[in-house]
Structures are given as structure tokens and as C-alpha cells.
Design a protein around this ligand. Structure first.
Ligand SMILES: [Zn+2]
Length: 237
């Protein structure tokens, strides 16, 4: 996951710290907007600047807004105890495309793990508002995150260091391989995105890209092939 820096200049950002206990989901109620647009709108309201911690755009890019350590400005009574994620769009009359949904899910899963929290709310569940919009896939999000979490727990409990199977695993979307499934579970556990197929045992494009990302992040030769070094690093923790 790649979080782009919004590079926002805040005015007198509150010194009150944020102590996240939940993730709060919003929409921008605007068809198109950048993090800078939101920043300007919120400055115009006399706020310190962008009230949200993150913006997920329609193309799947993720921008940082207010620092996670600062209290947000997005939901009455919850600003100092939550991380807020805003989604570009108006989901009262639009529906969310896959790219944006996957990025939103990935960011939320990452934050849930980072803060060890499990509560996710749509803004309207806490305040009198129609945010994040009647078409917002909040229910799907909650289901997908619960599935992700239980598969991670399952993957974690069954994945002790497993010895390298002794052969190179390469991209081959036609062949199912139980060893591929094992390392896919480990990649998911480490928060790499395998797309909607998850740990299916097929070494396809998403798995290939996740392997390369993992190799880069671990200073291994980024060739997208799982050999002994990549395997052992994956299963080392
Ligand atoms: Zn909202």
C-alpha cells in the first residue's frame, strides 16, 4: 500500500492528541475532489485545515490529511478517539468502483492492525447525517474486514516457520499449488494485497506483484519468484 503525502499546511493544528479506538468512514459529498480541495474547504470553515486523516480517491490512490496523532474534525464526540477516512465521491447518487473500494479496504485493514482496534463506523451511525451516503458499501466493508481478520488469524495460527519446499515458485496462473497458498496466506497476514482472489493457490498477477513488493521492502532480489530467501524471510515472523 502506498500512502501519498498530502503536503498540507495546517493553521494552529490542535495540540490535543488523538487516541484511536475506531475507524470512521466518510464521503466527500463531492463527485471529484483532491486532498487539497478538502483542505481549502475546511480552512474556509475556520478550521485548522483538512479534518480527515486520509482521503481515498476514485483511482485508488490514498492521501494523508491531518496527522494520525492529531485530533480530527469530522464527527462530533469522536474526533479525539478515531481515525477518519474520507472517500472521494458522493455516494448518495454514485456507487463505488472496485479500485477505490480495494484501496479503502486495504487502508482500513492496515489501520485496524496498527491500532489493534475492531470498530468501524459510518459517520451516520454516530451523528445525524447522511454521510457516507446511502450507496456506500459499508456493510460489504465490515464483512470483508471480518473475513480478512479471521483468515489472518487462521493463517497466523497455522503458519509457524514452514521449511522451504525445495523448488522455485513462479507465476503460473493455471496451476494450483498448496505451497503457493501457504505463502499467499502469509502475504495477506503481512498486509499485502492479493486482490479479490486472496489465498487461492494460483500464482497470478496480483500474487506476483505482492511478492515483488515484499521482496523490495525486505531488500531481496525483486524478481517475483519465491525461492529459499523469499520463503524464509516470509516465514521468519
Ligand atoms: Zn462524514
Amino acid at each position: 500500500m502506498n500512502i501519498l503525502n498530502g503536503n498540507l499546511k495546517f493553521k494552529n493544528l490542535s495540540l490535543y492528541a488523538n487516541n484511536p479506538k475506531s475507524i470512521l468512514i466518510h464521503h466527500a459529498a463531492a463527485k471529484h475532489c483532491s486532498i487539497q480541495d478538502i483542505h481549502h474547504w475546511h480552512l474556509e470553515k475556520g478550521w485548522a485545515g483538512c479534518g480527515y486523516h486520509y482521503l481515498v480517491r476514485k483511482d485508488g490512490s490514498i492521501y494523508s490529511g491531518r496527522p494520525e496523532t492529531s485530533m480530527g474534525a469530522h464527527c462530533i464526540n469522536y474526533n479525539s478517539t478515531s481515525i477518519s477516512i474520507c472517500s472521494e465521491g458522493n455516494f448518495n447518487n454514485e456507487s463505488m468502483e472496485n479500485k477505490q473500494y480495494s484501496a479503502l479496504l486495504e487502508l482500513t485493514a492496515f489501520l485496524i492492525k496498527k491500532y489493534n482496534i475492531d470498530k468501524i463506523y459510518g459517520h451516520s451511525e454516530l451523528n445525524l447525517t447522511d454521510c457516507p451516503g446511502r450507496n456506500f458499501p459499508l456493510k460489504n466493508m465490515k464483512t470483508d474486514l471480518a473475513v480478512k481478520k479471521s483468515s489472518q488469524n487462521a493463517a497466523n495460527s497455522q503458519i509457524q516457520p514452514i521449511p522451504y519446499p525445495g523448488y522455485l515458485m513462479k507465476m503460473n496462473p493455471k496451476l494450483i499449488d498448496e505451497n503457493v497458498r501457504l505463502f499467499q496466506k502469509k502475504l495477506i497476514y503481512k498486509n499485502y494485497n492479493l486482490g479479490k482472489w486472496g489465498a487461492d493457490g494460483y500464482f497470478g498477477k496480483y500474487t506476483f506483484e505482492a511478492v515483488i513488493a515484499f521482496q523490495r521492502n525486505n531488500e531481496l532480489l525483486a524478481d517475483g519468484i519465491v525461492g529459499i530467501n523469499t520463503w524464509n524471510r516470509l516465514f521468519s515472523n
